[in-house]
Write a protein that binds this ligand. Structure first.
Ligand SMILES: NC(=O)C1=CN([C@@H]2O[C@H](COP(=O)(O)OP(=O)(O)OC[C@H]3O[C@@H](n4cnc5c(N)ncnc54)[C@H](OP(=O)(O)O)[C@@H]3O)[C@@H](O)[C@H]2O)C=CC1
Ligand SMILES: O=C1O[C@H](COP(=O)(O)O)[C@@H](O)[C@H](O)[C@H]1O
Length: 484
């Protein structure tokens, strides 16, 4: 693997400590980092290299999945870390950063391969990219790559403007837009599951599938992120990115070859076939909700409007459910339902494929409980795949659903950030979001944003700790289905 310098903007932030350092450390332990590498952490505050290294060690103690008592491994790992104090808006200051990067490359005899990770608030994405270019940091004899965090824009226009600016400093194939759902092992496994199993592949179309349900429910509320979340809502925070990515991964057709370009092409085709919504009829297919007070794990929790930093009158959505149609020959007539909410009864990220049940009538007189076959892909918290079948109970002779569980017991499942960082290091962008996907997603979401803003869609309240507003259940009931 190529030697490289990993320049981390936002090195003193929450994401760095909770996700990025543990991911880098796990890669290091698994010998998946280059033999020669350095990490230059950028932050506004003053810090020596030693202080920065101690901060990284602390984060590993708290957040690494390897509960390693061997202190020496951690110390060995952080030797590669240096700190650079820099206000990212201070153009002149990048000279110091460039000197530090070059000095390191020279000392360690490393190739000029530079990975820039923007783990900062989005308002700085374009500023930093331009400064990387103008300062000469981006002029290397090796490769340069930019990893960029979410959110990528606030709507279609702002996303286009951001992309325009980034593309002045980096080529599209140098930009790695993180959607951490694409780093989840079961999401990465979707491709193998659907393409490498002829049994499933032959059923993966509208002849056999009745509907598809994609759920990403959370127990947590807005937490300390009201400043961001109250302007974003579930529609921007989860639907525009994670939910539509899961939809693309589920609905894409088997590509001619398994390669990043072919997969990307198939994902794009899904988005292009997604039936557009009209602003004035959004409410027919989209349900929005906001959590009320309630109880979670026996503890009372406050309503969204009482959360710190949220105005009591906020009309922000903390729940969205929607019915989508993919107008192509594979999925014609198959509704795709998505739902995501905060303060729900359980943490569950899953994709459920409900198969058609043409034999239902065969058993109707004898047994009434013939359930549809369901393929459930559990993404979080329990990773695995299960298939619900009908079977006769040998004791009472009654038909009952049984579940065949395909989940292997995995003790050491890598974290999303670990898989994604490794892919970026080796230059594989399959599980990163291409600009086409971002643009098409914002484009599809745009009428919903407008309808929400203009209050064309009722804002239903739901109790914290429930399964969301009743209207989200009605959405499926009117089609003769229910959420699984
Ligand atoms: N935290 C999370 O779980 C997730 C975060 N994200 C995204 O990751 C990014 C980072 O989030 P998070 O870590 O939570 O944010 P934090 O607010 O915790 O950290 C922000 C970082 O940016 C640095 N920073 C702020 N202003 C400047 C400046 N002018 N010059 C230099 N550095 C500056 C801060 O340094 P200092 O304060 O030391 O100056 C700090 O290191 C965001 O885009 C967020 O949307 C995405 C998914 C999950
Ligand atoms: O991107 C985000 O995702 C999390 C949910 O992620 P998960 O891996 O725990 O399912 C969500 O809480 C957050 O609001 C959103 O910004």
């Amino acid at each position: 693997m190529d030697s490289m310098t990993f320049v981390l903007f936002g090195a003193t932030g929450d994401l760095a400590k909770r996700k990025i350092y543990p991911a880098l450390f796990n890669l290091y332990l698994n010998q998946k980092l280059p033999k020669s590498f350095s990490v230059i952490g950028v932050g506004r505050g003053e810090s020596s290299d030693d202080e920065f290294q101690s901060r990284v060690i602390d984060s590993l103690h708290t957040f690494s999945r390897h509960l390693l008592n061997d202190k020496s491994k951690k110390e060995e790992f952080v030797k590669a870390f240096r700190y650079c104090q820099l206000d990212v808006t201070d153009t002149a200051g990048y000279k110091k950063l460039l000197e530090l990067v070059q000095q390191n490359e020279k000392e360690k005899n490393m190739a000029e391969n530079r990975m820039f990770y923007l783990s900062v608030t989005p308002e700085f994405f374009d500023v930093i990219a331009m400064n990387i270019k103008d300062s000469g940091l981006g002029s290397t004899n090796g490769w340069k790559r930019l990893i960029i965090e979410k959110p990528f824009g606030h709507d279609l226009k702002s996303a286009q403007e951001l992309n325009e600016k980034l593309s002045k400093a980096f080529e599209e194939d140098e930009i790695y837009r993180i959607d951490h759902y694409l780093g989840k092992p079961m999401v990465q496994n979707l491709e193998a599951l659907t393409f490498a199993n002829p049994v499933l592949q032959s059923l993966w179309n509208n002849r056999f599938i009745a509907n598809v349900q994609i759920t990403a429910n959370e127990i947590v509320g807005v937490e300390e992120r009201a400043g961001y979340y109250d302007k974003a809502g579930a529609i921007r925070d989860m639907v525009q990115n994670h939910m539509l990515q899961l939809l693309m991964m589920t609905a894409m057709h088997v590509p001619k070859r398994i390669s990043e370009n072919e997969i990307r092409n198939e994902k794009r085709k899904v988005m292009e076939s997604l039936r557009p919504l009209q602003r004035d009829t959004v409410g027919v297919h989209v349900v929005r909700g906001q959590y009320e007070h309630g109880e979670i794990s026996g503890e009372p929790v406050v309503a969204y409007g009482e959360e710190p930093g949220v105005e009591a009158s906020s009309q922000n959505d903390t729940f969205v459910a929607a019915r989508l149609w993919i107008d192509n020959s594979f999925w014609d007539g198959v509704p795709f339902y998505i739902r995501t909410g905060k303060r729900m009864a359980e943490k569950a990220t899953k994709i459920v494929i409900e198969f058609k049940n043409p034999l239902k009538d065969l058993y109707n007189s004898e047994m009434e409980q013939v359930e549809p076959n369901l393929l459930t892909i559990n993404i979080n918290p329990n990773e695995g795949v299960s298939l619900q079948l009908n079977s006769k109970n040998p004791i009472n002779g009654e038909m009952e659903p049984i579940t065949v569980d395909f989940s292997a017991s995995k003790q050491d499942v890598p974290e999303a950030y670990e898989l994604l960082l490794f892919d970026a290091l080796v230059g594989d962008s399959t599980f990163f979001t291409h600009w086409n996907e971002v643009e098409l997603s914002w484009n599809w979401v745009e009428p919903i944003l407008e309808a929400f803003k203009e209050n064309r869609v009722p804002l239903h309240s739901y109790s914290s700790g429930s399964m969301g507003p009743e209207a989200a259940h009605q959405l499926l009931i009117e089609d003769g289905y229910k959420w699984w």
